[in-house]
Design a protein around this ligand. Structure first.
Ligand code: ATP
Length: 253
């Protein structure tokens, strides 16, 4: 099936705050350009797992290899560099992923500087192009993100993360907290960007509609364990595990 090496190889990953709280024995491979959705009810451990996968919470057991290298054997500064360059993290609350005291252009430009760009004119031009790509008027480049609507802030956070052309992006409920029409446009935008940039994505969502639209494969979590995994259409149209059946039928009813 895949001749190439996985971007992420996760095996037997565990971090439990208490029995059933956190995640336990999670294993999967993620390949370039693949979108993996993590679904499950509130408290099932999705966010904790995402933090561990994205180098922000050391697991108690198990291993994550990124391009064949053990993530938690890297130095702290190497992991931080990854997060500023080849990786991106899109938080549910955009201001957690933005610098509120820095202009929209500065928020995007900062990531370019982290990958070594120094030419002010080039950086500003790329920031302007990215603002337009995420449907923010370029005339807002010198405004602070706190003056933006929630939907605009989320699009700015996405631009900030994608400007460095990352290979892997982690998203935690990126459309949560937005109203339905704003959500639909944002999903459309994400789908286009993921395809155009051939991004690998791990996306946490409790919304099966979002999972259906974006994810190629799903992990279904319950009480910290993966109870079912597979291609998105298979999992949602022909769920095998009773918990997945319940999850799917609760959306349909
Ligand atoms: N720092 C922490 N210390 C102790 N327990 C925690 C901590 N963080 C999370 N938990 C617990 O671990 C469990 C999993 O939480 P987590 O946020 O990963 O779930 P989730 O599936 O992302 O939920 P939601 O969809 O509501 O965000 C919960 O019971 C939560 O209370």
């Amino acid at each position: 099936m895949h001749s190439e090496q996985p971007l992420l190889a996760v095996s037997q990953l565990t971090h439990l705050y208490a029995p059933g709280k956190g995640f336990e024995a999670v294993s999967f491979d993620l390949y370039p350009g693949e979108v993996l959705g993590i679904v499950g009810e509130s408290g099932s451990g999705k966010t904790t797992l995402l933090r561990s996968l994205s180098a922000r919470l050391a697991p108690q057991q198990g291993q994550i290899c990124y391009r064949g290298q053990d993530l938690y054997q890297l130095s702290e500064s190497a992991r931080r560099r990854l997060l500023r360059t080849e990786w991106g993290v899109v938080h549910q609350h955009p201001l957690e992923g933005l610098r509120p005291q820095v202009t929209a252009g500065g928020n995007i430009g900062e990531r370019l500087m982290a990958v070594g760009q120094r030419h002010y004119g080039d950086i500003r031009q790329q920031a302007m192009r990215w603002l337009q790509d995420v449907e923010i008027p370029a005339s807002r480049i010198d405004d602070l993100p706190t003056t933006f609507s929630g939907g605009m802030q989320q699009r700015l956070q996405i631009a900030r993360n994608l400007v460095t052309q990352p290979t892997l992006v982690f998203m935690d409920e990126p459309t949560g907290g937005l109203d339905v029409s704003v959500q639909a446009r944002l999903l459309d935008l994400l789908r286009t960007l993921v395809r155009e940039l051939n991004l690998a994505v791990v996306i946490v969502t409790h919304d099966l509609g979002v999972a259906r639209l974006l994810a190629h494969r799903l992990l279904v979590m319950k009480e910290g364990r993966v109870v079912e995994s597979g291609l998105t259409d298979r999992v949602l149209d022909d769920p095998h595990h009773p918990y997945t059946q319940l999850l799917v039928s609760s959306v349909l009813s």
